[in-house]
Design a binder for this molecule. Structure first.
Ligand code: GRF
Length: 208
């Protein structure tokens, strides 16, 4: 079994896509060991509970400082020893020690076609607001490995989504999730679990 930990902050629809894929067999040989949220009221924790997966909350406000929070987060991951950490809408700056320890073993889903609309300040609805403001006609989502930059790690998979004339940030966010995020995150995970994904010179290579 290929073991994963999923980190979440909010609604957890990407987590749900993974849970559903594991159940349906489209993500074979993957086990979700634990779901970690930085927010105890995240609906993602309820989704974990309903799926019979352990869900824990590690919130910055419960720790004296960032360093202690980072240590607690690292401990909660190391304790179960996953093969891969999946950031599925995790709105927390990933501690450098976690990035070092899990090099090319942490993936993130970002709701744009990186490098467009990525980096500092581009998260959640802000991404889609910026897309509409700029007037681009195509946006999408990206799954990438996490390095020590902001949305700069090796790109695993991307999928484009049309921007429509009457889109609001909310309608666009929903379409990007439905058409791209919920497709490429489970798919990337399945490929990684199957050993089909390697990183060379900062670029991802997917075996045919
Ligand atoms: C998604 O748009 C994801 O790309 C972004 O945060 C959102 C999480 O949504 N990083 P959900 O919690 O998976 O529903």
């Amino acid at each position: 079994m290929f073991k994963i930990v999923v980190c979440v902050s909010g609604g957890g629809t990407n987590l749900q896509a993974i849970i559903d894929g594991v159940r349906a067999g489209s993500i074979p040989n993957v086990e979700i060991l634990r779901v970690i949220s930085n927010n105890k009221s995240a609906y993602a924790l309820e989704r974990a509970k309903q799926a019979g997966i352990e869900g824990i909350c590690i919130a910055p406000r419960d720790y004296a400082d960032r360093e202690q929070f980072n240590e607690a987060l690292l401990y909660a991951i190391d304790e179960v020893g996953p093969d891969l950490v999946v950031l599925a809408g995790f709105l927390v700056t990933i501690p450098p020690q976690l990035i070092r320890e899990y090099e090319n073993r942490i993936i993130n889903i970002h709701p744009s076609l990186i490098p467009a609309f990525s980096g500092t300040g581009y998260y959640g609805l802000k991404v889609h607001e910026a897309v509409l403001k700029r007037g681009v006609k195509v946006t999408g989502a990206t799954v990438h490995f996490v390095d020590d930059g902001m949305d700069t790690g090796p790109i695993i998979m991307q999928k484009a989504v049309q921007v429509l004339r009457n889109d609001t940030p909310e309608t666009l966010q929903r379409r990007v999730m439905e058409e791209a995020e919920w497709v490429i995150l489970p798919w990337s995970l399945a490929l990684i679990a199957a050993g089909a994904v390697t990183v060379e010179d900062g670029k991802v290579c997917i075996a045919e």
